[in-house]
Structures are given as C-alpha cells and as structure tokens.
Design a protein around this ligand. Structure first.
Ligand code: SF4
Length: 278
C-alpha cells in the first residue's frame, strides 16, 4: 500500500479568464431564461460541458447553428473579427474574451496600424492564436524554435506571444530572432498567472517523485503543466476515476496541480482519492 506525503499546488484549476467566462455564461442563461450558445465548448472539460448544458449553456460549431435572436457568448480565447461579425448578425453577443487576451488583440491591431509585420508565437490552430493573427494586417504564427531559425523578417517587425504559450520557448524564440534581427520589437504578452503555475509545478517536480496533473486531454495549458512537471513521473488524469495509485510502490512525495479548465470539484475528488492512499 503506497504511503506518501501529498503536496497541493497553491495555484490550480480555473484561472481568472475562465471563471469570468463561466459567470457571464451562467448569468446570461439565467437572465434570458433561454439557451446561451458558444462556438466550441466554453471550457475544455467534459464534466463542465455537461454541467453547463444543464444550466442552458450549449456549444455549436458554426453561427448558422444558432437559432435566430438567441444569445451567443464569445469564449475566453476570443474570436477572429470576421467570426465575431458573423455571430453578431445572428445573435445577441456577450463578449467573455479574457481581458488579457483582449489586450493582446488590441496590441496587434495597434501594431498593424503602425505598419508592423506581426509575428505571433502560438500554438497553430489554437483558438486564441487564430483570433490574434486575424487582427494582424500582415504576419505569421510560429510554434517552434526551428520555425524561428528559418524565418526571414521584414525591417519593421514585432513579436508577441499567445498568452498561454510556453514562457521558456518564447524566451528562446525571442533570443534567436533578436540575435538575427536586432530591430525586432518583442512584447511581454504572456499570462502572468500561467507563468506562475508553471513555475510552481516545476518546483513541485523537483521534490516529488510523482506529479498528478488534472485536466482535459484537449487542454493546451494542461499539456504545458504536464511538460513542466517532466522531471518527475507525470500522471495526467481527467477525473478521479482514472487514478490508480496501487502500483506507485515506495514513493514518498506526490504533487497535484490542475489546468485552467479543471473544475474545483474534479480536483477535490482526485485529492480525496489520493488522501486515502497517503
Ligand atoms: S490563462 Fe490567463 S490569459 Fe488565458 S484565459 Fe486564463 S487568465 Fe486569461
């Protein structure tokens, strides 16, 4: 029977932007007494999607699927301007874009107005990166150091990051590019809360043999937490049901953290199951 000390991350679970989007969605559904729709799930978590469906918040894939005159909510990741305009044509829109993402969008619009070519360090295809690049008059998204090494930049260029991009990779990309293009303007657009979580998990992995990461498998920020914990054995679970500590042997220290889309009640179930073993 394993017998270990449990270490819980101080910063885990819903971030400010996710909490705000959830509150706005629930408030809109309650106020209208009618369904509120999002393009794609509001939060990448099956338990939360089911919880929201019971409270009148549903997901569709395109604006065409939203009933005319209904309420639609823009998720914390934001939307490209043309998709937002399409949404406004069919629905009353509640904008739950995270204020930090909004600030990043406005920065890119400003840089474009000043004729900068805008390079975005982001996860290709990620909703936030799509919304950011759509605001650049000219630019590109890169995801790796290899991309940065083969890139040629125009003389007037700026580098920004998707708020949840890897801080370590952003620093390497910025260093590589500024060595080659000293005039490149680099902006610190990473989400400080995400950076603090990653730092905490990295420190946790240095003193724990196992780090349990709670979060949906489609969640990019959860994947980043799992990467940050690599020094330890990482056990990534979506729910307590997936957790099996029986074969952990003689571990002494186990850490627990959770992605920004993991609800408190799922984290609490995982911790409760681990407490029985510790
Ligand atoms: S991770 Fe940061 S930027 Fe992204 S939604 Fe949460 S608070 Fe906003």
């Amino acid at each position: 029977m394993p017998n270990f000390t449990l270490h819980l991350a101080r910063r885990a679970g819903f971030c400010m932007g996710v909490k705000r989007a959830l509150q706005l969605a629930e408030a809109a559904a309650a106020e209208k007494s009618a369904p509120v729709w999002t393009l794609g799930p509001l939060i990448h978590n099956n338990a939360v999607v089911a919880y929201l469906a019971q409270r009148g918040v549903g997901a569709v894939n395109t604006p065409a699927e939203i009933p005319a005159g209904a309420t639609a909510l823009i998720r914390a990741h934001g939307l490209p301007p043309d998709e937002e305009a399409a949404l406004r044509r069919v629905a009353t829109v509640v904008d739950a874009t995270c204020p930090l993402v909004k600030k990043n969008q406005q920065l890119i619009e400003q840089l474009s107005a000043e004729k900068f070519w805008v390079l975005i360090a982001g996860d290709a295809g990620h909703a936030e990166a799509r919304g950011l690049i759509a605001r650049a008059a000219a630019g590109a998204v890169i995801s790796s150091l290899a991309d940065a090494e083969k890139l040629t930049l125009p003389p007037r260029a700026a580098l920004v990051a998707q708020t949840t991009f890897s801080p370590a990779l952003y620093a390497r990309i910025a260093a590589t590019l500024t060595a080659r293009f000293p005039a490149l303007k680099v902006y610190p657009t990473l989400c400080a809360a995400t950076e603090a979580r990653l730092k905490e998990v990295r420190e946790m992995a240095a003193r724990c043999e196992i780090v349990v990461i709670v979060g949906d498998r489609h969640s990019a920020n959860t994947a980043r937490l799992a990467e940050a914990a690599e020094r330890a054995r990482v056990v990534w679970v979506e729910s307590a049901a997936e957790l099996n500590a029986d074969d952990w042997g003689d571990v002494k220290n186990v850490g627990v953290s959770a992605g920004a889309s993991a609800p408190d009640w799922v984290i609490a179930e995982v911790v409760a199951k681990l407490r029985v073993k510790s």
